[in-house]
Design a protein around this ligand. Structure first.
Ligand code: C2O
Ligand code: CU
Length: 485
């Protein structure tokens, strides 16, 4: 439809009598970046840390004076940050106050399939779901978002997403800033388009919606007041389709210290951090007193994609302005070694599987809730060889595990991909060999998902299901046990 946000070079567009600044109008960066509140939790007698999350309808002004109907958890847009320690038993009471079924998936979390929040765990309107599991993985920046069958793109686009931070009290201090909201700041970046009446424009192309209204934590043109020498940004690409290549506008180096599943072995000095939908990175930025610098998304490197599948007419966006105070409190040095990754080598794999992504099919099949595509034995180390056979972008996300990139077309991955990953961009016509280990949580009745995290593609069928079984076990042949009522 008519897209306010796509107006290029224009000034002001009338909208129901309100003057709407199109997104190409210079952005002031006057608004302070909202930091998602930490979700309150209660610890029961048995030690379970319980959170509550309510999916609900709301209204957001992405453009001043224009009300856009949005969805959020415990609010109008996005959701609070859940935070738990390694080893803790957690539970979340999820309430659905939306007019349709939704679900909440814990993206990046290692947990039993029945707690995963995929399309087999939908929550009906008015209903409540209470998954519980033990956090059993290294410290990481994870996130949560809906995953209802065929409706994930719309639910995320409407605003349902939040961070889930994991901490490891046993981990050694490696000098990373860690005061939440002060020098350790989660930043979810998303893009949208608005219709002339202010409602969300849900129509996109082959990749889904590529919006030109780019927000950080739900706000377009926000700034972060920096009060310390170094600030750690936990970047999440919460977009449904767009890939970002983040960097600072003056091209200074930042230290990338973590990827999807936690810390990298060593900090990676870099000027660009590219994230496709669903991916995360933690970066440490060093500031000098009084300066201002913008976090920008530059043109992403998408590989050999066909003309016409770029990331929209505009491919550079200023996302957030970092404004350093006149005096900055000292920050520790980031240690030269951050963590030791658990050994996970392709040499130890006993099973190799291939996944060819093409259009809306994986290995020639569209997602079927009643079909189990892969049966994995608990304890197995496997190599998944993944290929994008299209001439446009896809990525690949696997539930339950954090994988390691063994190689890309036979070559070792770049340092920023040499950590624990759960989602990876797939350049067309390259072979990504991913190594993963399925430690535990055998359950033949409930499948986990693997899919493209360009959410339109996922919704349209670019997704499959795997179950983890005890040795000698088999998936429920009809998959019926996992189908929602
Ligand atoms: Cu972030 Cu299956 O999703
Ligand atoms: Cu895709």
């Amino acid at each position: 439809g008519a897209v306010v946000a796509a107006v290029v070079g224009g000034g002001v567009v009338a909208c129901n009598g309100v003057s709407v600044s199109a997104v190409d109008v210079p952005v002031t960066f006057d608004a302070a970046l909202p930091v998602p509140p930490l979700a309150p939790s209660q610890v029961d007698a048995d030690g379970t840390r319980t959170f509550e999350l309510t999916a609900q309808e709301g209204t957001t002004q992405f453009v001043e004076g224009v009300d856009t109907p949005t969805w959020g958890f415990d609010g109008d847009l996005l959701g609070p940050t859940l935070r738990a320690n390694r080893g803790e038993q957690v539970a979340v009471t999820v309430r659905n106050e939306l007019p349709e079924p939704t679900s909440v998936h814990w993206h990046g979390m290692h947990l039993p399939a029945a707690m995963d929040g995929g399309p087999h765990q939908e929550v009906a309107p008015g209903a409540t779901w209470r998954p519980t599991w033990q956090v059993d993985q290294p410290a990481a920046t994870l996130w949560y978002h809906p995953h209802p069958h065929g409706r994930t793109e719309e639910h995320v686009y409407r605003g349902l997403a939040g961070f889930f931070l994991l901490d490891d009290p046993q981990a050694r201090d490696v000098g990373l800033p860690h005061t939440y909201g002060v020098d350790d700041v989660p930043v979810v970046v998303q893009d949208r388009n608005l219709e002339r009446d202010g409602t969300l424009d849900l129509e996109g192309g082959e990749l889904g919606v590529l919006g030109s209204l780019v927000t950080a934590n739900g706000v377009r043109g926000a700034h972060l007041p920096v009060t310390t020498q170094r600030v750690r940004l936990r970047l999440l690409n919460g977009s449904t389709a767009r890939t970002y290549a983040f960097g600072l506008a003056d091209d200074r180096e930042v230290l990338q210290v973590a990827t999807d599943g936690g810390l990298l072995p060593a900090p990676v000095p870099t000027t660009r951090v590219q994230l496709s939908p669903g991916e995360r990175a933690e970066v440490v930025v060093t500031m000098t007193p009084g300066e201002t610098v913008r976090l920008r998304s530059f043109r992403p490197e998408l590989g050999r994609i066909a003309a016409g599948f770029a990331m929209g007419a505009q491919d550079e966006f200023d996302v957030l302005e970092l404004r350093a105070a006149a005096e900055l409190a000292p920050s520790p040095q980031v240690a030269p070694a951050l963590t030791t990754l658990a050994p996970l080598s392709a040499d130890d794999a006993t099973v190799t599987r291939s996944f060819d992504l093409q259009n809306r099919e994986i290995n020639g099949l569209r997602m079927d809730m009643g079909r189990v595509d892969e049966t994995v034995q608990v304890g197995a180390t496997e190599v998944w060889e993944v290929r994008n056979l299209d001439a446009f972008p896809h990525n690949f996300h696997v539930h339950d595990v954090q994988f390691r990139v063994a190689d890309i077309d036979g070559a070792p991955p770049p340092p920023a991909l040499a950590g624990a990953k759960d989602t990876i961009y797939l350049e067309p016509r390259r072979t990504y060999r991913l190594v993963m280990r399925f430690e535990d949580h055998a359950d033949p009745d409930v499948p986990y998902m693997f899919h493209c995290h360009l959410l339109l593609h996922e919704d349209e069928g670019l997704m499959g299901q795997f179950v983890v079984v005890e040795p000698g076990g088999a998936a429920k042949p009809d998959g019926a046990a996992g189908t929602p009522p």
